[in-house]
Design a protein around this ligand. Structure first.
Ligand SMILES: Nc1ncnc2c1ncn2[C@@H]1O[C@H](COP(=O)(O)OP(=O)(O)OP(=O)(O)O)[C@@H](O)[C@H]1O
Ligand SMILES: [Mg+2]
Length: 346
């Protein structure tokens, strides 16, 4: 991925430390996602009333919307210890067996990017989730035997940016799937307001609204832009006002809609190379030199949400708003790029 200010993925250690400091610690502090919050609250309260471990929870949604934060909150609210792992770290069933067999009763196990776990581990996880038991294979070939091992009851919290990639048997074993949505500008203002207090930054409402509007519906980006505005105020203007916000965001190429370089590259490609579309996902990915997965899970959901592209059975199409935002007019001779039109992977 690029290192643009508006990529929703986390960028390095400094940002991780910063995120840790700003992470809400309870459901009450968690801004927005009111539906998901209500659903989680009920599930956790019921478990607590019966003094049992909560059902397994799957958190699905684009990067930076609060999946890791919610996993930590689940553990904190249920007053249980939290173990953190991730799909890429579980490349063999043995990796998972080691984690599962060392859990203490009631522990919350967070597996980030769960769609990237090894297949063999996935199968072990089915049994573990359902019966709190795993079968450990010993030996090879005809002499191989499986030894059953009982596990302490645990709550699995899985996070994924690609819930479509999860096999059905795994998805079905979660008691609840939370689909996180992009945040409204008003909600992002609340996120920023809270962050400004924690950063001891004096900033007015108008400025917060301006940052919120350019944050791609994503708290991680909102917080990152706020940091750059803080820098700008420190170095140049002495205070974080609308002038500082506009100048800082212009300096970092964040446009009025919060589009970043990759968003713009995708839009320009659809508009100019493909005459507004329709164009298929993999053709688009090749054209902008980015992986189809990134386009599909990071770029496209946001562009669809703000109404710049729509998905049709024949591929991605630019909307009239898109032509307007980029100051272009639809080509008067549609079909001139027909030979470049593919409708793969709709
Ligand atoms: N609802 C929220 N209220 C306040 N701050 C939030 C909220 N959601 C996320 N944040 C902030 O955004 C940052 C990123 O959130 P988080 O790390 O939980 O995202 P994520 O969904 O796990 O992203 P990824 O898919 O990249 O792992 C957090 O550090 C936190 O400061
Ligand atoms: Mg995360």
């Amino acid at each position: 991925m690029s290192d643009d200010l508006t990529t929703p993925q986390s960028q390095g250690e400094a940002e991780l430390a910063f995120e840790g400091a700003l992470r809400p610690k309870s459901l009450g502090e968690f801004v927005g996602q009111s539906k998901v919050r209500g659903q989680l609250q009920l599930l956790l309260t019921a478990a607590r009333m019966q003094d049992r471990t909560a059902d397994h929870i799957l958190l699905a949604g684009p990067p930076g919307l609060g999946k890791t934060t919610l996993a930590m909150i689940v553990a904190a609210e249920s007053e249980r210890p939290l173990r953190m792992s991730s799909g890429p770290a579980i490349q063999h069933a043995g990796d998972l067996a080691a984690v599962l067999s060392s859990l203490v009763p009631g522990e919350v196990l967070f597996i980030d990017e769960i769609h990237r776990m090894a297949r063999s581990a996935e199968e072990m996880l089915y049994l573990a989730m359902e019966d709190f038991r795993i079968d450990i294979m010993v030996g090879k070939g005809a002499g191989a035997t499986s030894i059953p091992l009982d596990l302490a009851p645990f709550t699995l919290v899985g996070a994924t940016t690609r819930s479509g990639l999860l096999p059905n048997p795994l998805r079905d074993r979660f008691g609840f799937t939370a689909h996180l949505e992009f945040y409204s500008d008003g909600e992002l203002e609340q996120v920023l307001d809270r962050a400004a207090v924690l950063l001891e930054l004096d900033i007015d409402r108008e400025s917060l609204a301006e940052i919120a509007g350019r944050s791609r519906g994503t708290p991680r980006i909102a917080n990152r832009l706020l940091r750059r505005v803080r820098d700008y105020a420190l170095v140049h203007t002495g205070r974080a006002d609308l002038g500082a916000v506009r100048a800082a965001l212009e300096l970092y190429d964040v446009d009025a809609l919060g589009l970043d370089r990759l968003d713009r590259a995708v839009m320009q490609t659809i508009l100019t190379r493909f005459d507004g579309g329709p164009v298929g996902l993999s053709t688009l990915a090749v054209s902008v030199g980015e992986e189809a997965e990134t386009i599909e899970s990071v770029v496209e959901p946001f562009l669809v949400r703000i109404g710049l592209i729509s998905r049709t059975p024949r591929g991605r199409v630019a909307t009239p708003d898109a032509w307007r935002h980029f100051g272009m007019a639809p080509s008067s001779a549609p079909g001139t790029t027909q030979q470049a039109l593919f409708t793969d992977r709709l």
